[in-house]
Design a binder for this molecule. Sequence first.
Ligand code: ATP
Ligand code: MG
Length: 229
Amino acid sequence: MTLARPIRLLLLGAPGSGKGTQTSRLLNQFPSIRAISSGDVLRTQIAAGTPVGKEASTYIKNGQLVPDSTMVGLITSQLSQKGWLNQSSTWLLDGFPRTVNQAKSLRGVLSKSKANLNLVVELDVDQRIILDRIEARWVHVPSGRVYNLDYNPPKVPFKDDVTGEPLSKREDDTAEVFQRRLDKYNQEIGPLKSFYADIGILSTVSGNTSDIIYPKLSKLILDKFGTTA
Ligand code: ATP
Ligand code: MG
């Protein structure tokens, strides 16, 4: 489906709330949308052994946030390299910004290019349910595709559906580190939501599985941005 006007969407949601899964589904339904996942960008930097990757890896392992200045530099340079800093571009961000500081910096960059975000959606999932299912999460690092052995298992056990390459566990998906990530999220999300609510672009979709959330998210986007067909 093709949207009638450009969408620049930010997905907010606790770790494990399914931002990656919703992103994959959106890209399937709306092929004009492109995506950047901050976590995937960081894991790619780590795998490539870049200075940013080296800096980030300690924070990530411990369930802490990578410093704002590093994140803003990393993601804005990606936006610029991809040629996304213009008013006709259509894209979504998953995982960045996740502090008010980052949100303010990004807004400064995007405003200059008339490419501000026009929709922010919070995925609201019960955190007890997230904790229960996180141990069953496996990922395909090169693509960022996410599987859950219980909810959306790969077609072949422990292999990526598209490439057949092996899946892996994220180092930061252990119970202890994961709880720290949730705590950090809960600390940052209030102010971040207020920031986008004040601008008037915040929506929330609730549900405890990706299958419940996706139709709501898709409808929200269609209602707000329309289709050309
Ligand atoms: P999930 O991918 O399960 O939805 P998440 O949002 O916590 O959970 P990622 O987005 O993959 O996970 O991020 C993994 C780690 O990378 C974070 O715990 C954090 O250390 C770092 N990170 C990612 N995005 C940011 C950001 N915008 N600011 C600071 N650190 C970040
Ligand atoms: Mg993610």
